[in-house]
Design a protein around this ligand. Structure first.
Ligand SMILES: [Fe+2]
Ligand SMILES: [Fe+2]
Length: 140
């Protein structure tokens, strides 16, 4: 994932649902920025950006889950469990940032690990859901 994800490079993660795609794009732009800030070692800005990501991610997951409910997505329970696990992981990463130590490389690694988990989730589970959603488009 490039530091600054442009729309062209994002295409591989586009799932065909404009609202979900645009939320994913916004989230990945922010995680890319968080990685850049972590690399520079600005822990104050990093904490702020990660807080924004936390809010945006929770909103995005809620949005997806509402669409799952409306469309009676059969794998919703497992998908929601994974959303919760990602949010828990994000909270753990943020806990690490408040430690009064200069662990900027470790912080960058944590952001990278989180970003990979999000990309993997988009590419597999969200893709599965959007394919289901698009094939049941009349019900949503
Ligand atoms: Fe998603
Ligand atoms: Fe999801």
């Amino acid at each position: 994932m490039p530091e600054h994800l442009d729309r062209e490079r994002f295409r591989v993660y586009e799932l065909g649902h404009p609202a979900i795609d645009s939320e994913h794009y916004a989230l990945l732009r922010k995680t890319g920025y968080a990685r850049f800030v972590a690399h520079k070692g600005d822990v104050k800005v990093l904490s702020r950006v990660m807080s924004e990501i936390q809010v945006d991610m929770a909103k995005h997951f809620y949005h997806e889950e509402q669409l799952m409910l409306k469309s009676s997505f059969p794998y919703m329970d497992w998908h929601v469990t994974v959303h919760k696990a990602i949010l828990k992981e994000l909270a753990k990463v943020m806990d690490h940032f408040v430690l009064p130590k200069n662990k900027f490389i470790a912080e960058r690694d944590l952001v990278i690990a989180l970003e990979k988990a999000v990309l993997n989730h988009i590419d597999e589970m969200d893709r599965q859901f959007v394919m289901f959603l698009m094939s049941n488009v009349k019900t949503v």
